[in-house]
Design a protein around this ligand. Structure first.
Ligand code: SAH
Ligand code: SF4
Length: 393
């Protein structure tokens, strides 16, 4: 049985809209932004560099969220911090743990909006899948998030905050030393949750800079993968300004089919997308692009598709990730049969590409790729019931 913890604040006191008077959050600020924020609030310029560095240590290496615990800062400075700033993470609304160890968090951010993050433990790594937007403006027809309208972009603090929430939950702040990167439970980040990260590139970049910084969360840039549906003009910029690994939601081998599955293809077609991939900075055999390919029965799963796929990406250092379609209520597609997926994988393998078929994780808690909307709505329903009960009491 999956375990579920619902943390339900009293609905009568719970703010639905962020009060305008919220203090600025220290989480998510670059060193320069943090310095400017401290100065603007009246902190003295003296020893500012050291203070900023100490603060980062408390926020991102020790995971402290109470200024009073920052013992190497003077009492006065701690009081100043508490009076002028918040140290806020997204708030956990529900936390579900699958029988396979996958953890799914429903998180509430300022304004009362909700996003999801999913932690997937594996033998050699632990991957946190994070969201970049509330909803998505794009309308990929196989993706449940795509049926939800965009509410807003997440801030850098809300993006990095998802990692902090998961580290809190895994209780691994003590081991978060600079040399312990490989031993950590949370070792990898994928930007594959809700939203299109390259429609929020600046905030994603600022958050990932904190994640990659040795005084920040010190995750290697090779352990961070950004997945995009193909926002071509932003791809090179992401490579230059973030430098993380790239995954492309490819999913089709002709423009005709891709136009339907991933409608952004009408704006930037397969040819333009592959050209951007070929020019991705740092691309090499040790830093390959992942091509994600969702297996949809009778839509994109023929032998001819497999052959076209390897031909299209030839010359690009690449991995191919076959994702069996994860169904959601009333979805207009079905998952390809397993023997079809295997035959498709075989053609891709013979062409020299490792083509792992991604086993869906956390199925009992609807935590797989593209399912992240339904759970939110379910959770909303149950809280609405709880609120009704509270009101009736
Ligand atoms: N917006 C970004 C990242 C989030 S989606 C993007 O599109 O790349 C993460 C991955 O899950 C993408 O490859 C997406 O195409 C895939 N996906 C979406 N819905 C899916 C579903 N129902 N089954 C399997 N994969 C899905
Ligand atoms: Fe948005 Fe990605 Fe889903 Fe497409 S697959 S609708 S880009 S989240």
């Amino acid at each position: 049985m999956a375990e579920q913890t619902a943390i339900v604040p009293d609905s009568r006191t719970m703010p639905r809209i962020a009060p305008k008077t919220l203090k600025p959050n220290l989480i998510g600020l670059s060193r320069d932004q943090l310095r400017d924020a401290l100065l603007a609030a009246g902190a003295p310029d003296k020893q500012m560099k050291m203070r900023v560095s100490q603060l980062w240590g408390w926020l991102y290496q020790k995971g402290v969220s109470d200024a009073d615990l920052m013992t190497n800062l003077s009492k006065d400075f701690r009081v100043f911090l508490a009076e002028n700033f918040r140290i806020a993470r997204p708030e956990i609304v529900t936390r579900q743990v699958s029988v396979d160890g996958t953890r799914k968090y429903l998180l509430r951010i300022d304004g009362g909006h909700e996003v999801e993050a999913v932690y997937i433990p594996e033998e050699d790594r632990g991957t946190l899948c994070i969201s970049s937007q509330v909803g998505c403006t794009l309308t990929c027809t196989f993706c449940h998030t795509g049926t939800q309208k965009l509410v807003r972009n997440l801030t850098a603090g809300e993006i990095v905050g998802q990692i902090l929430v998961c580290r809190d939950d895994l209780g691994e702040w003590e081991s978060a030393g600079k040399d312990a990167a490989d031993k950590r439970l949370l070792s990898n980040i994928v930007l594959m949750g809700m939203g299109e990260p390259l429609y929020n590139t600046d905030n994603v970049r600022d958050a990932m800079k904190i994640a990659m910084d040795n005084e920040g969360l010190s995750l290697s840039r090779r352990r961070i993968t950004l997945s995009t549906s193909g926002v071509v003009p932003e791809i090179i910029r992401a490579g230059e300004e973030i430098g993380c690994m790239l995954a492309i939601s490819f999913h089709a081998t002709t423009d005709e089919v891709r136009d339907k599955l991933v409608p952004i293809n009408k704006k930037w077609n397969i040819e333009k997308l592959l050209e951007a991939c070929r020019n991705y900075p740092k691309l090499s055999n040790s830093e390959r692009i992942t091509f994600e390919y969702v297996m949809l029965k009778d839509v994109n799963d023929t032998d001819a598709d497999a052959r076209r796929l390897v031909k299209l990406i030839s010359g690009i250092p690449a991995k191919i990730n076959l994702i069996p379609f994860n169904p959601w209520p009333d979805a207009p597609y079905e998952r390809s049969d397993w023997d079809r997926i295997e035959e498709f994988a075989e053609i891709v393998n013979r062409a020299g590409y490792a083509s792992p078929v991604r086993t869906p994780r956390g199925q009992d808690i609807m935590a797989a790729c593209g399912q992240l909307k339904s759970a939110t709505e379910r959770a909303k329903k149950s809280r609405a019931q709880i609120e009704a009960e509270a009101g009736a009491a």
